[in-house]
Ligand binder design. Structure first.
Ligand code: WT7
Length: 567
């Protein structure tokens, strides 16, 4: 039996106070995510349960109980206070997915400070821009990243503390640098947790920026209410589950559902701090008997590329429930997963700004491959007419995906950018910047980012639809579709593709692909050109950067590429 039971029944009289009750929170109470994810679980008698199974790239394992993470986060929190840091200070986490990152995240929240997680693979400039924008007061890191920070710290007058939490002794510390080895300092049994309230700032996330400049999205402690309930009803985490969220906490999925969701429910989770390889991932699932797996379309497509035989050679029978986030999940991927794992991936849709899942395929609900599913109870989701900003009643008509603000995890603002924040709201609606449609059964279908949609001779073409058709062709590994200039139609469709191993791109193959997709697409949506690439440009969080391909076609400036994955 799934946690949500009947989606239809949950819609009736839904109220977020349901989550408040389960978390024993009343309006006006103290609410601190750090406490909820560790101390409270221990108070419930689950202190001895494993909170974290960790494995690094070299196969070294470490495991921690909920009591261990309670103590370790107390220790980090106390250490930060002793250094002189305090509530509302912004403290950056610049680390690999090591256990210290997780302890520090909770420790920062416990002292009422703001956690600003940044992906450790960021280069100097990307790091600098985000620390400067947030006026970050301290950065917690590993010794291997010190050189990067040293190169930019003189340009950062607000940065007062560079704190190294590591296993190797850091020698030759310089000005403003402090180093600690957690296992050598006595664990702090009791600490005074800062009495944060619902609107106290908690996490500051920089968006991945597939379009435009990176923006700091500010969240508050009350977000816990949404994150807790969506984890329970969408990811369906149950007491004996072993959970794996493959996202890095540098991105919102890695905090909302890679820390806060599972731990506020007292669930065991696994973390693999290593790059992607299909073998390593399957081995990890087999070894830890992962039962709930939250991953991304990019990862799923890479697994598809690696072939069915590989998947079949591992015992993956522990998998009970699968979900996906981050990009459109192609129907082909849902069908593949059903074939190979015996279970479909359940697509979920949300944003850094929304803080928690907005639309999803709920456990037990009929899945329509290619659809994002339906809004979470309590969420009013609509498709707005582009000119009048009024909800479109007609099924299947494309418009702007928008939500009625007011759910607990909604962002409270962009850092230093009130103007852009205001532009996200029109009338009573929050605009996601995405386009989609709703079918006659209430399912949402993603069409594209506002600025990705191709307008060919006045007809709107969804890049996602064309990409999905291309992916059905056996030799194609990945695809990205953008517009290119055209004298007659203003814009026409152009496709970029990568091939699976063993295939060669030539005009014969191109013709065969064209013939194949012609049967699946309207003539308007047919690409005028297919270009082969070794690899598609993508952000470090795995999203294909269509913006870059688009700029190339239109001879435009490529803009900010600090989030481009370039290794
Ligand atoms: C944008 C948000 C929330 C964590 C990951 C991304 C796209 C996200 C889906 C989906 C189609 C999706 C949208 C959205 N997106 N999920 N299931 N189907 N598109 O967070 O970096 O803030 O990006 O990702 O365009 O607006 P983000």
């Amino acid at each position: 039996m799934s946690n949500i039971g009947s989606y239809q029944k949950r819609l009736l009289n839904f109220n977020w106070s349901l989550a408040e009750k389960e978390l024993e929170y009343h309006d006006g109470d103290i609410i601190n995510i750090g406490w909820y994810c560790s101390d409270r679980i221990c108070l419930q008698g689950k202190g001895d349960r494993i909170a974290l199974h960790f494995e690094n790239f070299a196969g070294k394992e470490r495991k921690y109980t909920f009591n261990d993470i309670r103590l370790a986060s107390n220790t980090v929190g106390t250490l930060l206070t002793n250094l002189g840091l305090q509530n509302r200070d912004r403290i950056c986490l610049f680390m690999d997915r090591v256990p210290e990152l997780y302890f520090s995240f909770l420790g920062i929240l416990k002292i009422g400070a703001v956690a600003q997680p940044l992906f450790s693979a960021f280069g100097d400039e990307s790091l600098y821009v985000r620390l400067e924008d947030a006026q970050t007061r301290a950065i917690i890191t590993q010794s291997k990243y010190l050189p990067k920070i040293r190169r930019i710290r003189d340009k950062l007058p607000f940065l007062e503390y560079i704190i190294v939490l590591d296993h190797t002794k850091t020698k030759n510390l310089e000005n403003k640098e402090y180093a600690f080895y957690l296992e050598e300092i006595p664990a702090v049994e009791k600490m005074e947790i800062f009495p944060t309230k619902s609107e106290s700032p908690s996490v500051l996330h920089y968006t991945s920026g597939t379009t435009g400049q990176p923006k700091g999205v500010q969240h508050v402690h009350y977000s816990l209410i949404s994150q807790y309930l969506t984890t329970k009803w969408v990811l369906d985490l149950q007491d004996d589950d072993i959970y794996w969220c493959t996202a890095d906490p540098g991105w919102v999925t890695g905090t909302s559902y890679g820390i806060i969701g599972p731990w506020s429910l007292g669930i065991t989770q696994c973390v693999l701090d290593a790059g992607f390889s299909a073998q390593a991932w399957y081995r990890f699932i087999e070894k830890y008997k992962i039962s709930m797996w939250y991953s991304s379309p990019t990862a799923i497509r890479s697994l598809m590329k690696a072939g069915n035989e590989l998947a079949m050679s591992y015992d993956l029978s522990s998998l009970r429930h699968l979900a996906s986030i981050g990009e459109p999940l192609n129907p082909e991927a849902v069908i593949w997963s059903q074939r190979v794992f015996g279970k479909p991936f359940h697509d979920t849709y949300w944003q850094t700004e929304t803080g928690s899942i907005m639309i999803s395929n709920f456990p037990g609900m009929k899945i329509k491959p290619g659809s994002m599913g339906k809004p979470f109870p309590g969420i009013t989701g609509v498709i707005l007419d582009q000119e009048r900003f009024e909800p479109i009643k007609e099924a299947g008509k494309i418009g702007l995906i928008a939500f009625r603000p007011g759910w607990p995890a909604m962002m409270r603002g962009y850092c230093n950018n009130q103007e852009i924040y205001k532009k996200k709201f029109v009338g009573r609606w929050y605009l996601t910047g995405d386009k989609g449609s709703i079918d006659n059964e209430g399912y949402f279908w993603f069409v594209g980012r506002d600025d990705d949609i191709i307008n060919t001779g006045g007809h709107l073409v969804s890049p996602f639809e064309v990409e999905s058709a291309l992916l059905e062709y056996p030799a194609i590994g990945e695809s990205a579709v953008v517009s290119k200039p055209d004298e007659v139609n203003m814009e026409v469709v152009k496709a970029f593709i990568t091939l699976k191993p063993g295939f060669l791109f030539n005009s014969e193959l191109e013709l065969d692909i064209m013939n194949f997709i012609r049967k699946r697409l309207s003539s308007l949506a047919m690409p005028q050109e297919i270009e082969y690439m070794d690899k598609l440009p993508r952000t470090r969080s795995g999203k294909i950067m269509r913006r870059l391909l688009h700029a190339k076609e239109w001879g435009e400036d490529i803009g900010d590429i600090s989030t481009l994955e370039n290794d």
